[in-house]
Ligand binder design. Structure first.
Ligand code: MG
Ligand code: ZN
Length: 214
């Protein structure tokens, strides 16, 4: 773990040197990370350079979905491993070679446990829960929420059909990380996605979206 932290620090210095902002996106399998990313890449694609590292145990399926947007993507298959580590990301960074000012999304392996333990050199950690999961996730997997910079609650279009208490989920997450920023979105319908794009801009030095003067 100490070795991972050293390599993560090297990744962070490499990214800083290129003015690349990296977001480590973590969630359970099936919460909609790839769907969120595809929509994000389509909507932000022309604003500034983007790149993606896709982590999965097997297959190129998600990288193929991401690649269809035209954004550069490198798939990392972890095999028996259940998380990305700093060494894997270092290799993917050399392959991707993101340009200056890029925003890099690292989609971690779907897993709420050990990805939290491995610093990748990211600028910020984004944790996602979908409303089709239990609202008790923050209390059951506190480590994942302890170092989070942003919590995204996804699939809010399905709230009428599921028993998910959004307020309780948010307040539980904030008992672990007071002041944790939270966004509620539907990556499918697009609801709330504008606030996510504003967050990306604010945290990557690309400023807030310009509002037309009236
Ligand atoms: Mg995925
Ligand atoms: Zn693991």
């Amino acid at each position: 773990m100490a070795q991972n932290d050293q390599l993560a620090a090297l990744n962070r210095a490499w990214l800083d040197g290129r003015k690349v902002t990296a977001f480590n996106l973590m969630s359970s399998p099936g919460s909609g990370k790839t769907t969120l990313l595809v929509r994000t890449l389509q909507d932000l694609g022309s604003d500034f350079p983007l790149a993606v590292i896709e982590g999965d145990q097997e297959t190129l399926l998600d990288a193929t979905r991401i690649g269809a947007t035209g954004v550069p993507v490198v798939q990392v298959n972890t095999g028996a491993g259940c998380h990305l580590d700093a060494t894997m990301v270092a290799g993917a960074l050399r392959n991707l070679d993101p340009g200056s000012g890029s925003v890099l999304f690292i989609e971690n392996v779907g897993n709420l446990v050990c990805p939290a333990l491995f610093d990748l050199g990211e600028s910020a950690r984004v944790v996602m829960i979908s409303v089709t999961e239990g609202a008790d996730k923050p209390l059951k997997y506190p480590l994942m929420f302890a170092d989070a910079d942003l919590l995204i609650v996804n699939k809010i279009d399905l709230l009428p059909y599921v028993d998910f208490d959004v307020e309780r989920c948010i307040s539980d997450a904030r008992t672990i990380t007071p002041g944790l920023e939270v966004l509620t979105v539907s990556a499918t319908t697009g609801e709330g996605m504008g606030a996510w794009y504003d967050w990306i801009r604010a945290h990557s030095g690309h400023g807030a979206r310009e509002v037309a003067a009236s």
